[in-house]
Write a protein that binds this ligand. Structure first.
Ligand code: SF4
Ligand code: SF4
Length: 395
């Protein structure tokens, strides 16, 4: 793959723009400017009716030129949020030029959504975002990180003020659709509530080739023509799980993870962080994937071999109650994930320290680990918990 830099992109995009006609030439201009990296497949984004590219943009850009590159390549949905500090502003630098061609998916800051937040506070926050984004509307204003105990229980998304704010914003032409994102342990419960009660037009859920259990939620969403978007497809890669070591050896592990999502047929599109020209080009290269080739499967198997018995699957609770000492296995492994994968060391330690001493994982080291028989994925629970105890006791 040719390395893309700001300089080469600017040179080619200038030349392409000079030769491109207003409409018909736009596609040709895109291909030339982005050195062949283009979106090759479009799908309908559920009931929104938007013809969305199979790969969509996540956050991570600090250079508006990268966004320009992504959009010229055909990416026509950008996912952002108030929590991604500075990201809305970066989008605002290029959005006016692309506004009618771009589906903007924004999200309220998770701590803002509480059982008592008011309609006016939500509308005010929306206005701040619109200003940063340099636009008069977003296509979807979504709830961010529902189903996550860090921010509270189901009652926070049952607050009627949210739905009044959405209705008002629609009337004012400031939003077109509603939605929610989740990769938390209560993803199934919270998403199901929103779908059953007709609150969402689209949902974003964490998914990768090692996660299971979300399929019934996706099926329920599809039955109502609610758009389905995959996110956190790279959570594996950005984890501590040594997957980085695989990159550039026998396989492109990141591309294999994306290909699995594309070939699964479970989603209308996926969003992925594209902080640089190179990452955008790398991910765009797998656009159009509809089936996994034997080589792709071999790559995924290689990844699974490296991390399969370390990775506690989000949303799974098969080991609930499997410890005779009442150690909350999935919770502690999640605190470890906060510490290691999310780099939220303080949060992980705080959560762990709140557990009564008798329920912490100190006792795992000398245990026969009867709990491990309950894990359908063969996670080395005792080993992972013992490591978590060491890590999370470092206060
Ligand atoms: S290793 Fe033993 S103490 Fe630790 S969770 Fe499993 S059964 Fe419980
Ligand atoms: S340890 Fe295994 S059974 Fe327990 S939550 Fe994680 S993946 Fe599920």
């Amino acid at each position: 793959m040719t390395k893309v830099t700001r300089r080469t992109f600017v040179q080619t995009s200038t030349a392409a723009a000079a030769g491109a006609a207003i409409s018909g030439g736009q596609a040709a201009g895109r291909a030339a400017a982005t050195d062949g990296a283009t979106i090759k497949r479009f799908k309908t984004l559920g009931r929104t009716g938007w013809k969305v590219g199979d790969i969509s943009g996540g956050s991570g850009q600090t250079d508006p030129g990268v966004l320009e590159y992504m959009f010229q390549a055909g990416i026509n949905l950008i996912d952002t949020g108030q929590q991604y500090v500075g990201h809305e502003e970066i989008i605002g630098k290029v959005l006016p030029k692309w506004r009618s061609k771009m589906f903007v998916l924004d999200k309220w800051d998770p701590p803002l959504i509480t059982p008592t937040v008011t309609k006016s506070a939500l509308l005010e926050a929306l206005d701040v975002s619109l200003k940063k984004l340099n636009t008069t509307y977003v296509d979807c204003m979504a709830l961010h990180a529902i189903g996550h105990p860090r921010y509270g229980g189901l009652d926070r998304i049952q607050n009627p003020a949210i739905y009044e704010a959405w209705d008002e914003a629609k009337k004012l032409g400031k939003i077109r659709f509603t939605g929610a994102s989740s990769h938390g342990p209560r993803v199934i419960e919270d998403m199901s509530w929103g779908i059953d009660n007709n609150r969402f037009d689209l949902i974003l859920v964490g998914a990768n080739f090692l996660t299971h259990g979300i399929e019934p939620v996706l099926k329920k969403a599809r039955a109502k023509n609610i758009a389905t978007i995959a996110m956190k497809t790279m959570t594996l890669y950005t984890s501590d799980l040594n997957i980085r070591a695989l990159q550039g050896q026998h396989t492109n592990a990141r591309q294999a993870c994306l290909k699995w999502v594309l070939a699964s047929g479970l989603f209308d599109t996926l969003v992925v962080r594209m902080p640089s020209y190179d990452t955008a080009a790398e991910y765009l290269a797998v656009s159009g994937t509809t089936t996994l080739q034997p080589a792709d499967r071999a790559r995924l198997n290689l990844i699974a071999e490296h991390i399969g018995t370390d990775y506690c699957r989000p949303g799974c609770d098969a080991c609930l109650g499997a410890c005779p000492r009442d150690v909350p296995i999935a919770d502690i492994l999640r605190y470890r994930m906060y510490f290691e994968n999310y780099r939220e060391q303080k949060l992980g330690i705080e959560k762990y320290q709140k557990l009564p001493a008798a329920r912490r994982a100190a006792s795992c080291a000398g245990c026969q680990a009867p709990c491990e028989a309950s894990c359908p994925y063969g996670v080395g629970i005792r080993r992972r918990l013992s490591g978590a105890h060491q890590m999370l006791s470092l206060a």
